[in-house]
Design a protein around this ligand. Sequence first.
Ligand code: MG
Ligand code: MG
Length: 246
Amino acid sequence: MIRTPDEIAKMRKAGRVVAEIIEKTRAFVRPGVTTLQVDAVAREVIERRGARSNFLNYHGFPAVICTSPNDMIVHGIPGPYLVEEGDLLSVDCGAIVEGYHGDAAYTMAVGEVPPVARRLLEATEASLEAGIAELRPGGRLHDVGRAVQAVAEAAGFSVVRKYVGHAIGTEMHEDPQVPNYWPGTPGPRLKVGNVFAIEPMVNVGSPDTVELDDGWSVVTADGSLSAHFEHTIAVTDDGPEVLTRA
Ligand code: MG
Ligand code: MG
């Protein structure tokens, strides 16, 4: 799907709302807050900026963000969970402006965390940046996953296979998917106007995942820590433009 400059401009607006959700929720999270309170911070941003939530009611999802602590990889439901000193907390968030979507995620350390947790955050964020750098006109989509995987595995971690990135535009999840690993083929050729959400999920231990009984929360099968970073990025003549970065 090729987005026109006018459509990209709308996605830039959605991306700015998402960037503010990232900024405000990051500043709010501290020991003793609940993940439901973090969701309320995101709701305030969406409402104040006249945006809509793309998470709320998505297949029945009950909140505007996903909050996934520690060994939870993605899709955690905000609720009574009390954030603790030493936690890793992943926040996945999005917004719709004028019918166009933004989608991003980050994982943060709450206070002091073990060295392996710090290294996991650095490697996962670096893997996202390596993936973003592959989004140039004429490049191949699956080089994103090759780059993500190389960075994550060089740090001694593993990349989740079951959940992947995606194209994004008038829907949050559009085809094609964007694997965070080399799937064995180069994939589609990249064109100016393509927009993707790249979102590496990286585990300290094995890449295997388990879905909990709530029908949403996905955790690592071995209980190891996991991190998740995501941005929405447009392919432009000048290279990748990260739309969800402040
Ligand atoms: Mg997301
Ligand atoms: Mg996404």
